[in-house]
Design a protein around this ligand. Structure first.
Ligand SMILES: CCCCCCCC/C=C\CCCCCCCC(=O)SCCNC(=O)CCNC(=O)[C@H](O)C(C)(C)COP(=O)(O)OP(=O)(O)OC[C@H]1O[C@@H](n2cnc3c(N)ncnc32)[C@H](O)[C@@H]1OP(=O)(O)O
Length: 194
C-alpha cells in the first residue's frame, strides 16, 4: 500500500511540549560514537547492524544502516524485524543524545513501504517530536541509498525516561559503570531525574 493510502493517526498521540535540546547535546556535524561496544545496533558486534549516526541541523539525527546478507529475511531482502531494530537504535540514539535523558523504548511502530535489498544503505533521519513528562515521542524516515532517496520505512516510537536504577536493577551493573565512565556519557552531563 502506498504511504498516502495508509491511515494517519495523530502524532504525537497526546498533547506534548516541544523538546528542548540539552545544552550539552552534541552539535550539528558531530559523529556519534557507539554508545556501547556490545550494542547490536551501533556496537562492534559480528553481524550487528553497525549503524553510524551524525547530528544534523534542526534537531535531526542522521543514521546509516548498511544492509548485508547477515540481515536477510526473504532471500536478498532485509528482515523486517532488523529494520525495526535499526529504527529503535536510530530513535533511541536521537532521544539519548539530544535530550540527554536515559530512556527506554516503550512502543515502536513501523510502516514498511518498500523492500530494502541487501547491499542497500538505509539513510534514517530521526527527530524528537514532543515530550509529555517522562514520555518522549520520536519518529524517523528511512531512505534508500541516499538522504533524499525513496522512503522505504517509517517509524514512530515512544520512549520512557527512566532513572539509572533501571539499568542497575534489571541489567549488568558492572557494564553500566564502565559505560557511564566514558567521558561523553558522564553522569553529570545527563538529565537523570525522571
Ligand atoms: C548515563 C547512562 C544513560 C543510559 C542511557 C544511554 C543512552 C545512550 C544514548 C543513546 C543510545 C540509545 C540507543 C538504544 C536504542 C535501543 C533502546 C531499547 O531497545 S530499550 C529496550 C527495550 N525496552 C525495554 O526494555 C523497556 C521495558 N519496559 C519497562 O521497563 C517499563 O514498562 C517502562 C520503564 C517503559 C515503563 O514502566 P514504568 O513503571 O516506569 O512507567 P509506566 O507508568 O508503566 O509508564 C509511564 C508512562 O508511559 C506510558 N506507557 C508506557 N508504555 C507504554 C506503551 N507501550 N504504550 C503507550 N504508553 C505507554 C504509561 O501509560 C505511562 O503514561 P502516563 O504517565 O500514565 O500518562
Amino acid at each position: 500500500m502506498s504511504d498516502e493510502r495508509r491511515p494517519a493517526n495523530p502524532w504525537p498521540p497526546v498533547e506534548t511540549q516541544r523538546p528542548e535540546i540539552h545544552p550539552k547535546a552534541p552539535g550539528p556535524g558531530t559523529d556519534l560514537e557507539m554508545h556501547y561496544t556490545e550494542c547490536f545496533g551501533c556496537g562492534d558486534v559480528d553481524n550487528g547492524l553497525h549503524i553510524h549516526s551524525t547530528v544534523g541541523e534542526s534537531g535531526v539525527v542522521h543514521s546509516r544502516f548498511p544492509v548485508t546478507r547477515a540481515h536477510q529475511g526473504a532471500p536478498g531482502l532485509a528482515h523486517g524485524g532488523l529494520l525495526a531494530c535499526a529504527f529503535d537504535e536510530a530513535l533511541g540514539s536521537t532521544v539519548g543524545n539530544l535530550l540527554r535523558r536515559p530512556a527506554v523504548t516503550g512502543k515502536l511502530e513501523t510502516d514498511f513501504l518498500r523492500p530494502v535489498p541487501v547491499g542497500t544503505t538505509l539513510f534514517i533521519a530521526a527527530r524528537v517530536d514532543g515530550v509529555a513528562g517522562r514520555k518522549i515521542y520520536a519518529s524517523a524516515d528511512g531512505h534508500l541509498n541516499s538522504a533524499d532517496g525513496p522512503v522505504a520505512v517509517r517509524a514512530r516510537g515512544l520512549f520512557i525516561q527512566v532513572g539509572l536504577e533501571h539499568f542497575t536493577t534489571h541489567g549488568d551493573a558492572d557494564a553500566l559503570a564502565k559505560f557511564t565512565q566514558a567521558p561523553r556519557l558522564r553522569h553529570d552531563d545527563w538529565d537523570i531525574n525522571p
